[in-house]
Design a binder for this molecule. Structure first.
Ligand SMILES: Cc1cc2nc3c(=O)[nH]c(=O)nc-3n(C[C@H](O)[C@H](O)[C@H](O)COP(=O)(O)OP(=O)(O)OC[C@H]3O[C@@H](n4cnc5c(N)ncnc54)[C@H](O)[C@@H]3O)c2cc1C
Length: 475
């Protein structure tokens, strides 16, 4: 017979999923609830390791400036700690080599920092801060299976959980937050208790990542260069990025849209890099010592679940992070979006002094507004490709035409470069690119004959550190 344990906690919360979204949500809720339970299907390691529930963890991850600010808010000193342990924290405009739309972006000063760290390392450091919280208990290796409603099905009272040994329990709480990622089963779970699944929107991008880790020559000070090559869509479909991470390593991800993915054989991987319009990534992968095998990840479409459009929703239940929206990862917005959503929940709980009654409506409305911006950034760019399918917002073509001019203006104008970076880092609204001053600068650049446009020559850009002969890869 099925064993049944009923635990009722006063003012307790359950978070499903202990990845970035779940960890930060647990941290936020620990300020508002007597007890927080964090349920994670994978067994959590005491080391920075990737795990089954996170197929994306081996690929290049940047934490955008807005995300790093929020991480600092909830974990003071973490940014310095990450930096001291080898992750790279710095102003992204100072030392970037970013080729896009036929030129290098002009260097600028963002005045804010971003983080380059391997995903398992970042998550491990966050976990180290969350797990010791006095009112937190982690259920590692436990899987949430379905929701448990009250008799009238108006409130989610708990979740049915399977333990590592296969026993099932009902775990009860006043609030349950699903942070179980893109594969979230909330839609199905809601249907099982008489509610509608959220409307889903998919925008096909056909993105594929192929990633390998390389040795990096240690630097004693300053921000080592980071490298990105993003395509002039729709003419080009390939790109790549190299991020300097802890352990004196580069994480190099080569990516492509609509099936044009980098192979995972040595020579073919290099050939893909050589085919990019800029030499730095090829130089890196052909000269640095590889430290890992190849990892691949396919991301067929961006996915948004419109929980804010529900007609009725149970009390005591919320959804957060990739479970609500997972964007084409090339724009690096997922973790920052999760942090913004967790911060919104925090603000709402503060405003309402912990009152949970009907919290779903304002919560989903607010996060929908937040998500709109990174969502439009990602799918707007993806709609440059004729293969992209999905609902296209009116005016996407016009906006993309203007943004192409913005991209080109970033080659020569540090202020345009900086303003675009503020928007992409979710520090400023996209409207910042449409002020009369900005439009004037963009148009002035456009009207300049190409031969008169000062170009950002490679020699003016930060170079890769010299590569020692011992680390050369023998062909
Ligand atoms: C290739 C790639 C590159 C990316 N690069 C970036 C980047 O540069 N910058 C950035 O900000 N974002 C990036 N992202 C997105 C980023 O990885 C996610 O947005 C981020 O992980 C937040 O996701 P999450 O915590 O909501 O979900 P996930 O990370 O998917 O975690 C969900 C967790 O829930 C657990 N779980 C699932 N089901 C259950 C269950 N039933 N019971 C208990 N536990 C469960 C899983 O084991 C997992 O731990 C990238 C994504 C991909 C695919």
């Amino acid at each position: 017979m099925e064993e049944m344990t009923e635990l009722t906690q006063n003012q307790s919360a359950i978070v499903i999923g202990a990845s970035i979204a779940g960890l930060v949500t647990a941290r936020v809720l620990s300020d508002h609830f007597t007890k927080v339970y964090l349920i994670e299907r994978d067994s959590l390691s005491a080391l920075p390791q990737s795990r089954k529930g996170q197929p994306q963890a081996n690929h290049a991850h940047i934490l955008l400036a807005r995300g790093l600010e929020l991480l600092q808010r909830y974990f003071p000193g973490l940014s310095a700690e990450l930096n001291a342990e080898g992750a790279t924290v710095g102003d992204p405009g100072h030392a970037m080599i970013w080729h896009t739309y036929g030129g290098y972006r002009a260097p600028f000063s963002l005045g804010k920092q971003v983080l380059f760290a391997s995903r398992p390392f970042l998550e491990w450091k966050v976990r180290e801060r969350v797990l010791p919280l006095k009112n937190l208990e982690v259920l590692s290796g436990y899987s949430a299976e379905r929701l448990v409603p009250d008799l009238l099905q108006q409130q989610v009272m708990g979740v049915r959980v399977t333990s590592p040994s296969g026993e099932t329990f009902t775990w009860k709480a006043d609030l349950i937050v699903d942070a179980s990622g893109r594969g979230s089963r909330s839609g199905k779970w809601l249907e099982q208790i008489g509610y509608a699944a959220p409307q889903e929107v998919k925008v096909r991008c056909g993105t594929g990542y192929t990633t390998r880790v390389y040795r990096r020559q240690p630097k004693t000070s300053g921000l080592p260069s980071w490298i990105a090559s993003t395509p002039h869509a729709p003419v080009e479909r390939r790109g790549g990025a190299a991020f300097p991470v802890e352990g004196d390593r580069w994480i190099v991800s080569l990516f492509g849209w609509h099936g044009d993915h980098a192979p995972c054989q040595e020579e073919a991987f290099r050939a893909f890099a050589r085919n990019l319009p800029t030499p730095e990534l090829y130089s890196l992968v052909s000269r640095c010592e590889p430290l890992s095998d190849f990892f691949t990840h396919k991301f067929p479409y961006s996915l948004r679940r419109h929980y804010e459009k529900f007609d009725s929703f149970p009390q005591g239940y919320l959804v957060l992070g990739d479970a609500v929206c997972s964007f084409n990862p090339i724009y690096g917005q997922g973790m920052t979006s999760a942090l913004l959503q967790a911060a919104t929940l925090d603000e709402l709980l503060q405003e309402r002094q912990g009152d949970l009654w009907n919290i779903a409506e304002p919560y989903f409305q607010r996060i929908a507004k937040l998500i709109d911006i990174p969502w439009q950034t990602a799918v707007g760019e993806d709609f440059r490709y004729p293969q992209a399918t999905g609902p296209r917002r009116w005016g996407t073509g016009l906006i993309n035409a203007y943004l192409s001019w913005v991209h080109r203006a970033t080659h020569t104008d540090p202020l345009v470069s900086k303003t675009l970076a503020e928007v992409l880092n979710l520090l400023a609204p996209p409207a910042r690119l449409l002020t009369p001053r900005m439009v004037g600068r963009v148009l002035r650049n456009l009207m300049r004959p190409a031969r008169l446009r000062p170009s950002a020559h490679r020699s003016t850009l930060p170079t890769l550190e010299p590569i020692s002969h011992s680390s050369l890869v023998k062909a």
